[in-house]
Design a protein around this ligand. Structure first.
Ligand SMILES: C[S@@+](CC[C@H](N)C(=O)[O-])C[C@H]1O[C@@H](n2cnc3c(N)ncnc32)[C@H](O)[C@@H]1O
Ligand SMILES: [Zn+2]
Length: 151
């Protein structure tokens, strides 16, 4: 019998539509309080070697885990795969038990696009050329100009 419980998690209402930053993006349909767990980044877990990857193409859906695996949302993925990067994000990607969750960093209003900081890592030194290859178009006043992790 289905269990009716007060602790049942509510689904946060979000939608995928065209973004002003890049391609498709994900938008809040409702207001989302700070620290809300919005969605899990799901997909097939594969090794880096098995993940679809073109080093010269900055467009990627791969999400690297601390254990060395990669989540490939092209198989078993959900709407989280469409969330774009911002250098001044309203969400953060949190890794827990080899799973990735997207949580609200602050209160988010209905209609806002959701973003987290990709902080991309590459297997080569970060140069002006690689920063440009992974250029960021988030339009934030704090934009660092690249989706790469330059910290
Ligand atoms: C997981 S996809 C996000 C969905 C993407 N907008 C689409 O329609 O396919 C990640 C890719 O979107 C692009 N992207 C996301 N945020 C960006 C940003 N702030 N500036 C430039 N490109 C971005 C990059 O090509 C990145 O590799
Ligand atoms: Zn930016």
């Amino acid at each position: 019998m289905p269990k009716k419980s007060k602790s049942r998690k509510r689904t946060v209402r979000i939608e995928v539509r065209k973004s002003g930053v890049h391609g498709h993006g994900v938008y809040a349909v409702q207001s989302i309080p700070k620290a809300t767990r919005i969605i899990e980044y799901t997909g097939q877990r594969v090794s880096w070697e098995a993940a679809p990857n073109d080093e010269n193409d900055p467009h990627t859906f791969n999400f690297g885990l601390d254990n060395g695996e990669v989540i490939n949302p092209e198989i078993g993925g959900n709407d989280a795969r469409w969330i774009n990067h911002s250098c001044d994000p309203n969400c953060e990607a949190v890794e827990e038990d080899d799973r990735i969750f997207i949580d609200a960093l602050r209160d988010i209003q209905a209609g806002e696009e959701l973003f987290y900081d990709y902080a991309l890592e590459i297997d080569e030194p970060i140069t002006e050329e690689s920063k440009k290859r992974f250029a960021c178009y988030c339009h934030s006043p704090y934009c660092r100009g690249t989706m790469l992790d330059v910290s």
